[in-house]
Design a protein around this ligand. Structure first.
Ligand code: CA
Length: 649
């Protein structure tokens, strides 16, 4: 054991194998000619840089082979270890098989798989983080299903079952030679665990698991694992755990940057738990896409155009920068001890068709779920079973070759600050009026390898005639491709209907184009600069009056020179304390009412839109559009914004 610890220490400190001690050949230090890495200052030497490798056995059974940077087929754990990874995480399901022994998929991660992974990881000098789900299949904030064999148990019996299962499983891991560093009691247990949904029962089960860890692996840390740091719930979870006196060491979080809020928030919420309760904290799962492309014929959770936060490009460098920033955040959080990358070796099983892959997913469990899981989890796995949804977030490509980003785990310690070069081009967006012209940008922002931005000239694959055709074609969305800094660029052009109003959203900062008639003597009636209270932009029309029955006014605009035809007018309002109210949008043609649309104000932020349709306008006629507002209540207030007059054919 001591020799093993020494080996790990030397590997992580010197990035050289302690090889004289083990007799293995000397390992070269990790270097890269292309990956930019800014060193994380003051990164503790014992900081955990983990990779979850739960599906590796099922992958290998399906024919996947892993290669090192020299192109040699090697043990995946050795490849991870020589690139700076210190820990392997593995999930454990109780019994992920149907009655006939067919695996549910997702790696068929039972304790035997975990034991083999633990053994091979230890042989590579890697310690183990054990992730007990206490379920027969995936447990996460969406589901925490009880194992089938425990489904009829009351809480007392289940508590005993958790204790026994944990104890026996850890015994099996130790017997296999795994170097257990940490044990998680539950996976992403946001208010549920093992079918229990009350905190009283959840904490009883956590206590039982923790007790088994203390007895069986006294040197290991006990971790509890939650998700959604952006939810604001962590302080409450930690408070409950303290109230019940749950025995644990590490408060761990998932952090997927697409969904889980800012790094600043992550640091804040973990830091609060760390300082209030003197707990260690870490990120137990993170990952980032190195490409938008799918490689296994099973759609991915993240791809081009996914409606998620995209703070880094989907490139190998973007992936490395994302993980590097998570490492820095945790390292600089009080009691921050580590970061684990999720399923870094889960790649396509490599067939050339979905059918070919599906046969392997079903046989070896290398997809996220097989059809055999339907009996246990009919609503999710039973419907959507298939392959890997995160193959584009692995640290290996589709052929099992390591991505340059794998070197991050070694390089993050000393840095690799190469001269920055363009890595990707930020997408451009512009809006064009059907009556206007499309002017494409001449420069676009390159995302540099060091995550800075630099303007670079761009060439678009289009011409003046094509651009004119876009506006002539009416409202539609177009995508134009281009090239900048040797990289592909894209500009989305949204052609929108022409708004015939002057100053339609008051963004000129005054009443330009508009006419106000104050019929009730309101205390306040003016154009206001306050983005939070505007429907769009910064400005809106504001009204307020202390006395009852003093809000009554019209706000209107004349529009001349319009072509004969049909028009549509819309305007929006929000407000409150209106009392009895009469509010409507209206249109007049040559002074005669041509249509009205009722509106209502209710409370802050509830915008109501009035839309006058089918306004018929003849040759030379003047169109007047506006809004009438009358509120009887004392202190009635409101906002008007977003007026639009469009042609309706
Ligand atoms: Ca996929």
């Amino acid at each position: 054991m001591k020799k093993m610890l020494l080996l790990i220490l030397c590997c992580s400190v010197l990035l050289l194998c302690a090889c004289a001690a083990s007799g293995a050949p000397a390992k070269a230090p990790v270097t890269s000619d292309t990956l930019y890495v800014r060193a994380v200052p003051d990164l503790p030497e014992d900081f955990i840089l983990g990779v979850d490798a739960s599906s590796v056995i099922a992958e290998e059974q399906s024919g996947v082979r892993y290669h090192d940077f020299a192109g040699e087929e090697r043990d995946v754990f050795a490849i991870l270890a020589e690139n700076g990874v210190t820990h392997i995480r593995v999930r454990v399901w109780n019994h992920p098989y149907d009655r006939d022994g067919n695996g549910y998929g997702g790696g068929n991660c039972d304790i035997e798989k975990a034991a083999e992974i633990g053994k091979r990881a230890a042989a590579a000098g890697l310690r183990l983080i054990v992730d007990f789900h206490y379920s027969d299949f995936w447990a996460d904030p969406g589901k925490q299903m009880v194992p089938l064999a425990w489904k009829d148990m009351g809480i007392e019996q289940k508590t005993e079952a958790v204790y026994d299962f944990t104890r026996e499983s850890l015994g099996r891991l130790r017997e296999a030679g795994a170097d257990v560093a940490m044990v998680q009691i539950g996976n992403e247990t946001n208010g549920a665990l093992c079918g229990e949904k009350t905190w009283f029962n959840i904490q009883v089960l956590m206590q039982a698991g923790a007790k088994a860890v203390r007895e069986r692996c006294p040197g290991a840390l006990v971790a509890l694992h939650f998700a959604n740091p952006e939810s604001g719930a962590y302080a409450d979870y930690a408070k409950k755990l303290a109230y019940y006196g749950v025995d644990y060491d590490v408060f761990a979080s998932s952090y997927y940057p697409y969904w889980h809020g800012t790094l600043e928030n992550l640091r804040t919420v973990l830091g609060e738990v760390a300082e209030t309760y003197s707990k260690k904290v870490m990120v137990m799962e993170t990952s980032y896409a190195y490409t938008p492309e799918d490689t296994d014929f099973n759609g991915n959770t993240i791809g081009e155009g996914s409606p998620v936060t995209k703070n880094y490009p989907y490139t190998v460098q973007g992936q490395a920068n994302s993980v590097r920033d998570v490492i820095e955040t945790v390292a600089h959080t009080p009691n921050g001890i580590g970061v684990c990358y999720w399923e870094g070796a889960w790649i396509t099983v490599g067939g050339s068709s979905r059918e070919e892959n599906a046969a392997l997913w079903e046989k070896y469990g290398s997809g996220w779920a097989s059809r055999f899981a339907a009996g246990y989890d009919p609503d999710d796995a039973g419907r959507y079973y298939g392959g890997c949804a995160v193959d584009n977030q692995a640290l290996f490509d589709a052929q099992g070759r390591p991505l340059e980003s794998l070197k991050l785990f070694a390089l993050v310690r000393q840095g690799n600050e190469l001269p920055p070069v363009p890595d990707a081009i930020e997408d451009s967006f512009l809006t064009a009026d059907v009556n206007g012209t499309v002017t494409l940008p001449e420069t676009v922002n390159a995302v540099m390898t060091d995550d800075s931005r630099e303007a670079v000239p761009v060439t678009w694959e289009t011409d003046a005639a094509a651009l004119a055709g876009m506006t002539a074609g009416g409202p539609a969305r177009h995508e134009i491709r281009g090239e900048a800094g040797g990289l592909p660029a894209s500009c989305t052009v949204e052609v929108v209907a022409h708004n015939y109003l002057t100053n339609p959203g008051f963004e000129q900062g005054d009443l330009s184009g508009w006419r106000v008639e104050d019929l009730g003597g309101a205390d306040e009636l003016f154009v206001e600069d306050k983005a939070n209270d505007s429907l769009d932009g910064r400005w809106h029309m504001h009204f307020w009056s202390a006395k009852p029955d003093s809000v009554e006014f019209t706000l209107e605009q004349d529009v001349t020179g319009l072509r004969p035809g049909a028009y549509r007018f819309a305007v929006s309002a929000m407000g409150g304390d209106a009392g009895e109210q009469e509010i409507y949008a209206y249109a007049k043609v040559d002074g005669e009412t041509a249509g009205t649309a009722p509106m209502a104000i209710s409370s802050y932020g509830n915008w109501d839109t009035g839309c006058v349709e089918g306004i018929a306008l003849g040759e030379g006629q003047t169109l007047t559009v506006g809004v009438y507002v009358k509120c009887a209540g004392a202190g009635a207030w409101g906002k008007l914004d977003g007026a639009a007059l469009h042609s309706a054919g």
